[in-house]
Design a protein around this ligand. Structure first.
Ligand code: ASP
Ligand code: MG
Length: 401
């Protein structure tokens, strides 16, 4: 029997009503003859609320405890969904990450799945049961509860689909992947297909539809991923390997990220050792920095700007403070009011002049840019949030997004 892994996000299980509705859909699917694994997120804004409570106590809660705390959210939704299915006469059983041997490595709150023990799942399927799994969590080699980073339930689903060689369906509150987040640009187009590479760039640029790591895994194990509305009756978008049926425009999508901050380091000696030390000490805190730009040395000093998640700003600045004593010329500035726009498209590989076109558009609209970085299929620009709307409109119009 074909195995299907379905994932339902927070809004799809935010109330008992919705859980009952989802249970009915799963029951129908089960009756049509599929073995089903369902991955759930926590109900509605549960995870946000849990995190807020921790930060109401201290600005610096221990990451281990945050994991123990956050992992409770998914245990509520998984058991309620199982109860709902059982009440419909469908046998179901729910498991927390550790119960299924979802093994992870890496630091707390940012762990990565390394393996899943699928024995229980196969046995439950043989016994006709629907298996429900808590998304976003696992257990590390010290038997500690871990989580995969916010939004990580997608990754649980794709990892399970890879392990079970199953089809993966991600159900959410939007009906597919759009060229631009429709909340920011209502005229955006829905994409029937998108390649793994483009989706990965979109997701890691803050498009927010899916957890970036889930796309990495999907690409690695060649799992096609359907993203669709949680009612299950609208086609959705398929994330898959590139093939010649797909369009190849210069720009497929525009991701807008408002969760980044920028730090500018001033008065750094133009000595690669010193610069490496600074970045290493930030990396040691598991902070992922992104766009980096360095000025030409003046009086043997340089300035360096880089972006990072707003959530990591406090820890990054704490690390940077330690350099103030060591380097007397050193100071820094931090801004949280930035917007990162990323244009993504496989066509950029073959078409030249995309960066120039976007620069022209921004210039024509009086939109200053503070940092630009490029990859083979992505160009990112930092602009002022006040210019966001104007920039989206101009880029969407030019590239027919
Ligand atoms: N509940 C977790 C979060 O809110 C995981 C997820 O929803 O994917 O980040
Ligand atoms: Mg999500």
């Amino acid at each position: 029997m074909a195995v299907i892994v379905q994932k339902y996000g927070g809004t799809s299980v935010e109330s008992i009503e919705k859980i009952k509705k989802i249970a009915e859909q799963i029951a129908k699917r089960k009756k049509s003859g599929n073995d089903i694994v369902v991955v759930v997120s926590a109900m509605g804004k549960t995870t946000d609320n849990l995190v807020r409570m921790a930060y109401d106590i201290t600005i610096d809660p221990h990451k281990r405890e945050l994991d123990v705390l956050m992992a409770t959210g998914e245990q509520v939704s998984m058991s309620l969904l199982s109860i709902a299915l059982n009440s419909l006469g469908i046998e179901a059983v729910s498991y927390a990450g550790h119960q299924l041997g979802i093994k992870t490595e890496g630091s707390h709150t940012k762990s990565r799945i390394t393996d899943i023990n699928d024995e229980k799942i196969h046995k439950d399927h043989r016994n006709g049961k629907v298996v429900i799994v808590a998304g976003f969590q696992g257990v590390n080699e010290d038997n500690e509860i871990t989580t995969l980073g916010r939004g990580g339930s997608d990754t649980t689903a794709v990892a399970l689909a890879a392990k079970l060689q199953a089809q993966c369906e991600i159900y959410t509150d939007v009906d597919g992947i759009y060229t631009i987040d429709p909340r920011l640009y209502p005229r955006a187009r829905k994409l029937d297909f998108i390649s793994y590479d483009e989706m990965l760039e979109m997701a890691s640029s803050g498009a927010g539809v899916m957890h970036p790591r889930s796309i990495e895994l999907a690409e690695k194990y060649k799992v096609p991923v359907l993203l669709a509305l949680n009612t299950g009756d609208i086609p959705g978008s398929l994330i898959k390997e590139i093939d010649n049926t797909m369009e190849n425009p210069a720009i497929t999508g525009l991701a807008v990220n408002n969760d980044q901050a920028i730090i500018t380091l001033n008065g750094i000696p133009h000595d690669i050792r010193v610069i490496a030390d600074i970045f290493q000490s930030i990396a040691n805190k598991d902070i992922n920095i992104d766009m980096i730009s360095q000025t030409f040395p003046v009086n043997r000093l340089v300035s360096i700007s880089f972006t990072l998640p707003k959530a990591d700003l406090y820890h990054a600045l704490k690390v940077l403070d330690t350099f103030k004593d060591k380097i007397f010329t050193f100071s820094y500035d931090a801004f949280e009011d930035i917007t990162k726009l990323s244009v993504v498209g496989l066509g950029m590989n073959t078409q030249s002049g995309v960066a120039a076109k976007v620069f022209n558009l921004l210039a024509d609209n009086d939109i200053p840019v503070s940092i630009v970085t490029t990859s083979e299929i992505k160009i990112s620009y930092i602009i002022n949030p006040n210019d966001q709307r104007k920039a989206i409109e101009a880029i969407a119009k030019e590239f027919d997004l």
